[in-house]
Design a protein around this ligand. Structure first.
Ligand code: ZN
Length: 281
């Protein structure tokens, strides 16, 4: 758990600035899978399913036509909620949250040591706006109290899981992120208790049951296994053609995998002709 209160406050400010910057095209406080559109505005996003891989996603910076470009990979073999969280996490890297925090006086060693946690905190706060989230939790608690399932600062475990499932569906985020957010906004409880729930197979199967019974459709969709690259695909392919490390066989495999027609029009109006010499390397 992050203990640097100034860093946490600064993440909130950082989010306010970014919301302001993108408010025309992304006005909703609850961003859900719009996060992919936002990410695509800031990076070339490669979607590809790698079922047996530990990787949820990553971000690399490469030179493209003399400019630094961010590439983000999203593993689409993961559930949608996981893909959404990964996209928000990577956006934190791309928007250089770390540099923002350093510029505001946070110790750079602290940031280095906690970078991934800071990005997760950013992702959670960005996807689950604290005011809206607190309001939702408050409403659900009142309901639970009315039904005799909560009161005097205590809540039944099943009711807690049921509120978590509701919030997962509403914000399109993983269970772990909701539980963590509960602590962050002061609704719950100790980290140890949360860890206990996250590690309990019984609790997780109860959660699954609740999701099924409530028919939370966003949580029930299977992984998309989407294969695609952003709008700059034609430029990318054209770049590969000029790259002596990429042979024609690999390129044609790549095009086939992503469903790219080898005669796709380049964004500058030219045509990529990969049917000729380029494929004979
Ligand atoms: Zn990261």
């Amino acid at each position: 758990m992050l203990d640097n209160i100034s860093a946490i406050e600064l993440i909130k400010q950082f989010i306010c600035c970014k919301r302001e910057e993108y408010k025309e095209s992304f006005p909703n406080l609850i961003i859900r899978d719009d996060i992919f559109g936002l990410l695509e505005r800031n990076a070339i996003v490669v979607y590809y399913p790698l079922a047996d891989n530990e990787i949820d996603g990553f971000n690399v910076v490469r030179m493209l036509n003399g400019k630094k470009v961010n590439f983000v990979y999203i593993n689409t073999a993961r559930e949608l909620i996981k893909q959404v969280f990964t996209a928000a996490h990577e956006l934190g890297h791309i928007w250089k949250l770390d540099e923002y925090l350093i510029s505001k006086g946070i110790d750079s060693q602290y940031i280095k040591d906690n970078e991934e946690q800071l990005m997760n905190r950013f992702a959670a706060a960005f996807l689950m706006d604290s005011d809206v989230f607190k309001h939702d939790v408050g409403e659900k608690l009142l309901e639970a109290e009315r039904d005799g399932k909560a009161g005097k600062g205590r809540i039944r475990k099943n009711e807690l899981l049921s509120i978590a499932a509701f919030l997962m569906d509403k914000y399109l985020v993983p269970f772990k992120a909701v539980m963590q957010r509960f602590i962050e906004v002061g609704f719950l409880m100790s980290e140890a208790e949360v860890d206990g729930i996250l590690e309990s197979k019984d609790d997780l199967s109860t959660l699954k049951e609740i999701i099924n019974v409530e028919s939370y459709s966003r949580l029930l969709v299977p992984p998309s296994k989407k294969k695609s690259i952003g709008d700059n695909l034609a430029v990318l392919v054209s770049n590969c053609l000029n790259d002596s490390d990429v042979n024609g066989h690999n390129l044609s495999f790549f095009c086939k995998e992503f469903g790219i027609s080898l005669n796709d029009r380049l964004s500058d109006g030219g045509l990529i002709d990969v049917s000729g010499d380029a494929l004979k390397q």
